[in-house]
Design a protein around this ligand. Sequence first.
Ligand code: IPE
Ligand code: MG
Length: 228
Amino acid sequence: MDGNGRWAKRRGLPRIEGHRAGAESVREIVRVAGEMGLKYLTLYAFSTENWQRPKLEVRALMHLLEFYLQQEIPELAKNNVRLAAIGRLHELPSSAQRQLEKGIAALKDNTGLTLVLALSYSGRAEIVDAVRAIARDVKTGAIEIADITEESFGRYLYTAGMPDPDLLIRTSGELRVSNFLLWQISYAEIYVTETLWPDFRKAAFLNALDDYSKRHRRFGKVASSDSV
Ligand code: IPE
Ligand code: MG
């Protein structure tokens, strides 16, 4: 969810106003994703690199996260949304961790959209954490080296049990992956839009889904209609 700062700057507002407007986009996109029948929506809300932003901005983002969780749980519950979080969650302020745990517990039996919040998330850190866990299991004899496969590796990631993303949407025109779900996006379709996140609402989301629906995914194979 990129472009909050630029959105605010264009309006002569402080960056935090951009984040606040971005939270409105989150509300709308989560609602639409549920209505469309999507099973998973992962939002890159805060990266491990984001800790290096000015203290005041970090604090404001954490407050916004807590406020969002507190405010939205009833609405998410009404919309049958389940909540999950990925990242080094123990690095979050304890009040945010508590709020997150509360939300996850309150929504755990829902069967509609699973909203996954990536918080203090880094794709490289996730892979390193998985390697450490695997090394521990090898050391204790819980698994053999031969048991390490692409499939079993995936079960050590924060996203264990979740499907890989089909579509990666990048707002604000940046042409980079920025440490997001590095393992999981191997075959994701990438959609880049110039639209800044606070302006990314229903119409923009439907455009992205429409674009995705026209892609021909081959997963490294050839289309069945193509002759050799
Ligand atoms: C929001 O956009 C991303 C978060 C870390 C919440 P930015 O704050 O990165 O916005 P730009 O890139 O400065 O426009
Ligand atoms: Mg940015």
